[in-house]
Structure formats: C-alpha cells, structure tokens
Design a protein around this ligand. Structure first.
Ligand SMILES: O=c1[nH]c(=O)c2[nH]c(=O)[nH]c2[nH]1
Length: 305
C-alpha cells in the first residue's frame, strides 16, 4: 500500500516587529509603541515542495514594509494601520490571497514634570495597565474583497474588594470549598472583540469598550465570575453597535483570607494571601444572534492577539 502525503495549511510572515513611532511635527510629541506581526497566505506550495522562492515575498521585506507604513500611514490607531498594511499585501503582492496583521500596543503616560497635570511634551513613563491588541485579515482581490477586524486588550488587572459571592455550587466527595457571600474578586482580563465593518472610530470605540468592561465588573453584583464575564460581554454588545462578538478569558486570581486567628487577631476580610497558581480560568463569549460569519477573523498567526 502506498501512502500519499500532501502539504497542509501554511502561512508565513515576520513576527513581532517592535516599532516605535514618534510624531514630532510640533514641540509636543506623541508616541506609539507597538509589536507588529505580518502573515501572508496563498499559493506558496512551491516553496515547501521544491524550495522555489519565486512566489515568496521575504519576511524581511514584510518587516521593511511594516516600518515604512509606520511613517506613511502612521500609528494613530492600530486598526487603521493594520488595515492599510494587510490591504497592501493582498493588493500589491500577486501570490498573496489573504494577509493578516496582528498588533499589540503598549501604553505610555506623559511625565507630570511641572505638577500641572498637563504632562511633559516629550517624556513618558511606560504605563503598567493593559496591552491593547488588534488583528486585521484581508482576503481576495478588490472586486471580491473581504475584511475582518478584531480588537482586544490583554492583562487588564482588575479587583473588587466586595460585591462578589460564590455558593450553591455542586458538591461531591472531593468538595472542600466553603461557600462565600463576600469575597475579593480579581482577574487579569483578556478580551477580544470582532467588528462588523471598518467604518469605525477605532480609538473612541476602544475607550467605550474598556469602559463597558470595567464599569460592569465594578457595578454588577457577582454570583460567579462566569456571570460577571457574560454581563461584561453583553454590556459591550449593548453599548457598541459596531461590535458583533466578544470573547473573554479571565483567570480567577484567588485571594484567600489569611488565618490571623492563630495570633488572636481578628481578620474580618481585610488581610488576604494573593495566590498566583493554580487559578480558575473562566472563558465565555457573547455574540449577536445576527452576527455575520466570523470567517478567518479568529484564525491566529502568532497567538499574541
Ligand atoms: O466565580 C467562580 N467560578 C467558579 O467556577 C469557581 N470555582 C471555584 O472554586 N471558585 C469559583 N469562582
């Protein structure tokens, strides 16, 4: 019996171009600090089957293009930049049938050098909060163009010191967990959302989505992280019409009340041990029932976004 082996799925590109773009048209500079990955999909069979590089746009060229577009398109919004870059690869590089650009953006905050709160013109400190993410996938030629945009945030560490319960859960012979009616709830939120269309004010929408996520975490009295996550996803869909799907992943960063009774000290939910592992990992999504097909919107390249 002979066995046939065929080439399976393949994609290639330059991962994690660390690009910093300063805008210095006036004395008050701006900074955009990003991590850009580009990925090409198409008929690159020959490169794998025979080593023929005729159809292969080198990953080095993809890198150069990513830097050039940081100047010509700019990085005012990572979604608009990724749209331009992905569209270029599909439109201008013949063998490319589909391109995906993934971007992480790290935040910087102006130094309050004079104490007025206005912030220094050209000095920042790296902000420790979340990493903003985006992916753009562009498919097909201009007459049959399809485009998918996702946004997201990673590692948004958020904690509420009350307003969270967990009880009434299923019990078996291994259950030792005590029910609680008042606990700390904390997570390092990872969120991704899918847009319908590209006519979006990307930066204002990002702020609105982050507000919907964090304000719901704050105000919704929680009976479980699962309930909170679904409420957060629903809040995004209700407040941002351009978003059709939200995917959330949240480690339950357990805070265990520390036993001070051994020292004759009453604790009353004020001193905790913040455990780092293991952690419950809760994942949930919310989607509009009329959401268009996700196509390759979630098909990853680096796995970073
Ligand atoms: O919000 C929670 N969801 C769970 O599924 C779970 N399981 C657990 O032990 N603690 C919690 N908390």
């Amino acid at each position: 019996m002979t066995m046939a082996i065929i080439l399976g799925d393949h994609q290639y590109g330059k991962a994690e171009n660390r690009i910093v773009r300063i805008v210095r048209d006036t004395a008050r500079h701006t900074i955009a600090d990003v991590n850009v990955s580009t990925c090409l999909r198409g008929d690159f069979d020959a490169a794998h089957l025979t080593g023929d590089q005729g159809a292969v746009l080198p990953t080095d060229t993809q890198k150069q293009t990513a830097y050039a577009y940081a100047k010509t398109i700019g990085l005012e919004s990572i979604e608009a930049y990724a749209l331009a870059l992905a569209t270029h690869f599909v439109d201008d590089v013949e063998p490319v049938r589909e391109a995906r650009v993934e971007v992480e953006r790290y935040d910087w905050t102006r130094v309050d050098a004079d104490g007025t709160g206005a912030g220094h013109d050209h000095t920042w400190v790296r902000s420790g909060q979340e990493v903003r993410t985006a992916s753009v996938t562009v498919s097909g030629t201009a007459d049959a163009r399809r485009t998918w945009v996702t946004g997201g945030l990673k590692d948004l560490v958020i904690l509420k010191s009350t307003g969270s319960e967990f009880h009434g859960f299923l019990e078996d012979e291994f259950t030792v967990l005590e029910p609680t009616h008042d606990r700390v709830m904390a997570t390092a939120l990872n969120a991704k959302w899918r847009f319908d269309g590209t006519e979006v004010d990307w930066n204002a929408t990002y702020a609105a989505i982050k507000h919907a996520l964090t304000s719901t975490f704050a105000t919704q009295h929680s009976l479980a992280l699962q309930q909170t996550l679904y409420a957060m996803g629903t809040a995004v869909l209700e407040s941002v019409p351009a978003v059709v799907e939200v995917r959330l992943s949240a480690p339950n960063k357990h805070h265990f009340e520390y036993d001070l009774g051994r020292f004759g000290i009453e604790n009353h939910g004020e001193v905790f041990h913040a455990d780092d592992r293991p952690y419950g990992l809760i994942q949930a999504s919310a989607i509009r029932d009329d959401a268009p097909d996700a196509g390759p919107a979630w098909t990853p390249y680096t796995g970073l976004v």
